[in-house]
Write a protein that binds this ligand. Structure first.
Ligand code: ADP
Length: 580
């Protein structure tokens, strides 16, 4: 719908492409940053988990080493084996440093001779007789503390046995055996961490010492329990028993067959010759749930950005469409204006050509008009030159010369008048004048022509015509021009009538003839200078084509107006106004 309404001009295409590009970039960056966020959160999560496993390791390590240290100090402080075989020291240590399951002294012949607590004390038990003397012999030989791996105890629990040899002046006096129950350690340090993931503990022999998920059997060998094909988990475990610290991922398949990826971090517990490793695992999905809220915020951000960009682009497109329409309108109006001014130019050009034509014609008319009286004057002068010319002919010739001089004077005067009108240099000398008397004077002026043509002139003016302020001579010129024309273009027996209508501010004068009239299309043209309806040399009447232009200039120059009405073949009426 919208697509149909808009015109796909280049601006709009650019905006749409830019909007698609920006939205695409936002979505791309959003997806990319999502995966980056996931990586970062996963790293953070892993390092937190690592920190936790290290805290646990350090706690266990301190706990165990402290126990060994206590026993070692005790074994060294006594220069000789005391008479009670450390029994009172054992009690003190046992009670003050919690965590021992049992502490015993075994004399140089391998027999348990003292210990604490009494409940766990197999007094008289001989290691050699029971084939359990190897660790005892080892510390005697190595002269240093030795800790065994997880040992199944009678109660079914795993125990860790610490053997500390007792020497006096280089002589072996026996060994102190302290037993720590692994479940005591794990209960103290690991069980409380269970809610934060699965925690397990293995020793360097691969024996499971603890597993919070209860999937791995305590005391069992890890490699026996884990699926052989789960290489990632086996690798992790291999690292653990090698005594390294680190992290990794593996898939764990549950009993219902579903497999889940888990993050594992592991850290080392080192005490004497023993190495244990604490592992913590958590499902990768925990990380996903952590960053889900980030995804939601990012999704909302991408959505909102997309909407903003879309709305913004639509706004820009609408703006461009509107702008385009305004531009189109402007262009159309400018085109119209240019067309109009072109038309004006064309008509001005036509007028110029016409003026040029008129000038050419004028030159021909003026030449003709100037030449004719000259020819007549020359002929008359030649007659006068002849001595035989009688006096009546002489007078006739002189009269002819004077008439032709008048004719030329009129022509030159007309040329001067039109030139003053056009240059705005025409001067009026207004004076209070009686219009009636001006008309009378003018009629008298054309009286001879009227008689010559046999055309009568009727003056139908009220005698009480008001006085007007006008240039008297120029107004006479107007009347004479118009009357001359009326007489010139009215055939014999015709009539010319002068009348007037008075209103508030003006007097309207009408000069009506019964002559040849003027074609409707030429009514305006006749006031143009040099314009003559019939300007050919064969025309019957004389004239320069300046009379009406001068008349118009005089009337309008004094605040009036002039027009003509005509019915061709029946005559015409010139109407002009005079300001009172
Ligand atoms: P001209 O000196 O040729 O008379 P005008 O300017 O007075 O020049 O008149 C211009 C033309 O207008 C005339 O040549 C004529 O063709 C026409 N014209 C003027 N008055 C009349 C009239 N009363 N009747 C018919 N045609 C007229």
């Amino acid at each position: 719908m919208f697509a149909k309404q808009i015109r796909w001009n280049p601006y709009i295409i650019v905006v749409v492409v830019a909007a698609i590009f920006v939205i695409g970039t936002v979505v791309f960056l959003g997806i990319r940053s999502n995966s980056e966020v996931k990586d970062v959160v996963e790293q953070q999560f892993t390092s937190q988990q690592m920190l936790l496993s290290k805290q646990i390791s350090r706690g266990i390590e301190e706990f165990l080493n402290e126990k060994v240290l206590l026993i070692e100090i005790m074994a060294k402080q006594e220069s000789q084996v005391p008479p009670d075989h450390f029994a009172s020291n054992f009690k003190t240590i046992y009670e003050e440093s919690s965590g021992f399951y049992a502490i015993q002294f075994i004399n140089e012949s391998g027999t348990v001779v003292s210990g604490y607590p009494e409940d766990n004390l197999p007094l008289g038990y001989n290691l050699y007789k029971n084939n359990q003397s190897w660790a005892f012999e080892k510390v005697q030989k190595d002269k240093k503390t030795y800790i065994t791996g997880g040992v199944q105890m009678f109660e079914g629990d795993l125990g860790s046995f610490t053997w500390v040899p007792v020497f006096h002046e280089g002589e072996f006096k026996g060994a102190i055996l302290s037993i720590i129950k692994v479940s005591d350690v794990t209960g103290r340090f690991l069980e409380s961490y269970a809610p934060q993931g699965h925690v397990y503990l293995v020793d360097k022999y691969g024996m499971i010492l603890y597993d919070s998920s209860y999937k791995l059997q305590i005391g069992g060998k890890y490699f026996d329990l884990v699926n052989e094909s789960n290489l990632q988990q086996i690798n992790t475990f291999q690292e653990q028993i090698n005594g390294t610290e680190g992290n990794g991922k593996y898939f764990e398949t549950s009993e219902d067959g579903t497999s889940e990826e888990r993050i594992v971090t592991y850290s080392l517990i080192k005490w004497h010759n023993q190495k244990w490793s604490v592992g913590i695992t958590n499902p990768v999905s925990d990380v996903d749930s952590l960053i889900r809220s980030v995804y939601i915020i990012q999704g909302v951000f991408i959505g909102v950005s997309g909407i903003f960009i879309f709305v913004g682009s639509m706004w820009v497109i609408l703006f461009l469409v509107k702008w385009n329409k305004t531009l189109e309108k402007k262009v159309a109006s400018k085109t119209r204006e240019i067309k109009q001014s072109n038309e004006l130019l064309q008509s001005a050009n036509i007028k110029l050509k016409e003026h040029n034509q008129l000038k050419t014609e004028f030159v021909s008319i003026v030449s003709h008009e100037l030449r004719t009286p000259l020819t007549a004057m020359k002929t008359s002068a030649e007659f006068l030159k002849d001595d035989n010319c009688d006096s009546s002919v002489r007078l006739e010739m002189l009269d002819l010369i004077i008439r032709n001089i008048d004719r030329q004077t009129r022509m030159v005067s007309d040329l001067l008048d039109i030139s003053r009108i056009e240059s705005g240099k025409i001067k009026f000398n207004p004076e209070i004048t009686n219009l009636y008397s001006i008309v009378k004077l003018s009629v008298k002026n054309v009286d001879s022509l009227s008689k010559e043509k046999g055309v009568s002139i009727d003056v139908n003016l009220p005698e009480d015509l008001p006085h007007i302020k006008t240039d008297k001579d120029k107004l006479i010129q107007v009347f004479v021009n118009l009357l001359n024309n009326a007489l010139k273009f009215t055939p014999k027996g015709g009539n010319v009538e002068i009348s007037s209508v008075e209103s508030d501010h003006i007097i309207e004068v009408r000069i009506k003839d019964t002559g040849i009239g003027i074609a409707p299309g030429l009514l305006d043209r006749i006031f143009d200078k040099f314009y003559q309806i019939d300007s050919t040399s064969t025309r019957k009447v004389g004239g320069s084509g300046l009379g009406l232009a001068i008349t118009k200039g005089i009337i309008e120059g004094q605040g009036g107006s002039i027009r003509v009405e005509s019915t061709q073949g029946k005559g015409c009426v010139f109407i002009f106004t005079l300001v009172k």
